[in-house]
Write a protein that binds this ligand. Structure first.
Ligand code: ZN
Ligand code: MN
Length: 147
C-alpha cells in the first residue's frame, strides 16, 4: 500500500475498483471504519453516520461493511450476530483484548506472536497463514470504577 495516501482514500479506491457507487454517506461510513481505534459495531457506526447524514439507512451501513469485508479491507470480529465489531484501520490478522465489562477492544502489541507461530509450526507441521487471537479481561478504567 502506498503510504502517501490515507487509509480512507485507499479504502474508497478499492471500493471504486469493484464498481461500488461512492456516495457521501458511504464515504462517511468508510471514514468511521478507517479512523476509529475502538473497533466499532454496526450500531455505533450507524449512530455516528446519521449525525452527518440523517437519511442514511442501516442497510447501507451493513452493505458497505459487507463489501469492505469481502475485499479484505475490514476485519470482522464475531461475538454473535448483534455484537460483531469491526477493524478498518488494520484489516490484517492481529490480536485483540476485550473488556468483559464495558466491551472496549484494544490492539495489544504482542512481540511474542512470531514466536508462537514458529512454535505452532514446529509442533504441528502446519504452515501458519492466519490467526484469531482474542483475550478477555477487565480494562484499567473498569478496574478503577469497581474499587
Ligand atoms: Zn472496561
Ligand atoms: Mn484491531
Amino acid at each position: 500500500m502506498d503510504t502517501c495516501i490515507s487509509r480512507l482514500d485507499y479504502m474508497v479506491e478499492r471500493l471504486k475498483e469493484k464498481g461500488f457507487r461512492i456516495t457521501p454517506q458511504r464515504i462517511a461510513i468508510v471514514e468511521i471504519l478507517a479512523n476509529s481505534c475502538d473497533h466499532p459495531g454496526v450500531d455505533q457506526i450507524y449512530r455516528e453516520v446519521i449525525k452527518k447524514f440523517p437519511t442514511t439507512s442501516l442497510a447501507t451501513v451493513y452493505k458497505t461493511i459487507t463489501l469492505l469485508k469481502e475485499i479484505g479491507e475490514v476485519m470482522e470480529m464475531g461475538f454473535g450476530d448483534e455484537c460483531n465489531r469491526y477493524d478498518g484501520k488494520n484489516p490484517h490478522p492481529h490480536p485483540h483484548i476485550m473488556c468483559v465489562k464495558c466491551k472496549s477492544i484494544a490492539d495489544p502489541d504482542l512481540s511474542s506472536l512470531d514466536e508462537i507461530s514458529r512454535e505452532l509450526n514446529m509442533e504441528t507441521g502446519y504452515k501458519i497463514v492466519s490467526h484469531r487471537l482474542d483475550f478477555f479481561g477487565v480494562c484499567p478504567d473498569c478496574q478503577k470504577s469497581s474499587e
